[in-house]
Design a protein around this ligand. Structure first.
Ligand code: GDP
Ligand code: CA
Length: 316
């Protein structure tokens, strides 16, 4: 089964890791959000791409989910001593990734080619594609009217400002990166990872041409909400602020259903009661413990996604 997975950072990377252990490398393409990409201390940083690649390479920090394992922070502490803006966690080894990416971008090499080179160097076998080679910036507009770059909102302000709206600046003029539309057209299944629908998945779906293709495909999504809470990050708070409702496992299902792209949904065993709601919408579902910490956890959730896909094909 050929799979195209849409992913943000930490939540996306964990499911993709499980899928990569169950599928042949040629059968998995991961399309990664780049709306969070930003410049920091003169460097081009692609947080979600790095998280997915480091995870698949087996070199990610297992505790945080982002950054590299066995990292040191000498450069960051020196920057702080000098009064530099040091709100972004820049590890010494991680710095090499940003230096090399910035050098290549400055030489005119597209982000998708750079990512392919990095994956070769790190031994990542599935195809990892940035959603676009063009600049797209996720902007959070808070209730006070401030426009914040996503990483400022997320890391600098610890997602404290109340969100009024989200914009993807540059999206209309951005082209999907080479390979993105073909991977979607050629796949048997689109998987939407348990990433933040508003800021990790929405930018990918908003790229010209993407939604239309995804609408023609079987799509299985995994709930990013477990027992009414986000495992990590601002999603539950954002649902309250943007949709005016408490976070539920069914929220993401409804979000994708409204875009006419949901066939099947994997929800956590703790949210089993919401299954009847999904049935009412004509969406098939499976329940499983979706909390992914160990490798076994990741494979269990990925396996449930693939089982649901077989069910979709069997039902056809
Ligand atoms: P980011 O770009 O690093 O913020 O990561 P993503 O957008 O890919 O993922 C963030 C979402 O992943 C959060 O809303 C979390 O609730 C969800 N998430 C993180 N870990 C898990 C997990 O183990 N299981 C499930 N079901 N969701 C998770
Ligand atoms: Ca992200």
């Amino acid at each position: 089964m050929k799979v195209a997975a849409l992913a943000g950072g930490v939540g996306g990377a964990k499911l993709v890791d499980g899928l990569a252990r169950l599928l042949a490398p040629d059968d998995l393409t991961v399309i990664v959000n780049t709306g969070d990409d930003f410049r920091y201390c003169g460097l081009s940083i692609s947080p979600d791409l790095d998280t997915v690649c480091y995870t698949l390479a087996g070199i990610a920090n297992q505790e945080t989910g982002w950054g590299l394992q066995n990292e040191t922070w000498i450069t960051l502490s020196q920057l702080k001593t000098m009064g530099a803006p040091a709100w972004f966690n820049l590890g010494d080894k991680d710095l090499a990734t940003h230096l090399e990416r910035t050098r290549l971008l400055d030489d005119g090499v597209p982000l998708s080619s750079i990512t392919r080179g990095f994956c070769e160097a790190w031994g990542v076998k599935p195809t990892i594609l940035p959603m676009t080679d063009d600049p797209v910036a996720t902007v959070v507009i808070d209730t006070a009217g401030n426009r914040l770059d996503f990483q400022e909102y997320f890391v600098k302000y610890h997602w404290e400002p109340a969100v009024k709206a989200i914009e993807f600046s540059g999206i209309d003029k951005a082209n999907p990166a080479p390979g993105v539309l073909d991977a979607l057209k050629d796949c048997d299944l689109v998987v939407i990872c348990p990433s933040n629908p508003y800021v990790s998945v929405a930018p990918i779906l908003a790229l010209p041409g993407v939604l239309h293709i995804v609408q023609q495909k079987p799509v299985v999504a995994v709930s990013p909400i477990i027992g009414g809470a986000a495992v990590k990050g601002p999603l539950a708070k954002m649902i309250g602020e943007l949709a005016g409702q408490p976070a539920t496992a069914g929220f993401a299902a409804n979000y994708y259903k409204k875009l006419s792209i949901l066939t099947g949904y994997v929800l956590d065993t703790r949210d089993e009661l919401e299954g009847t709601l999904l049935e009412g919408w004509g969406i098939i579902y499976e329940t499983v413990d979706t909390l992914m910490i160990s490798t076994d956890d990741r494979m269990r959730v990925a396996n449930t996604v693939l089982e649901l896909a077989s069910e979709i094909y069997g039902d056809k």
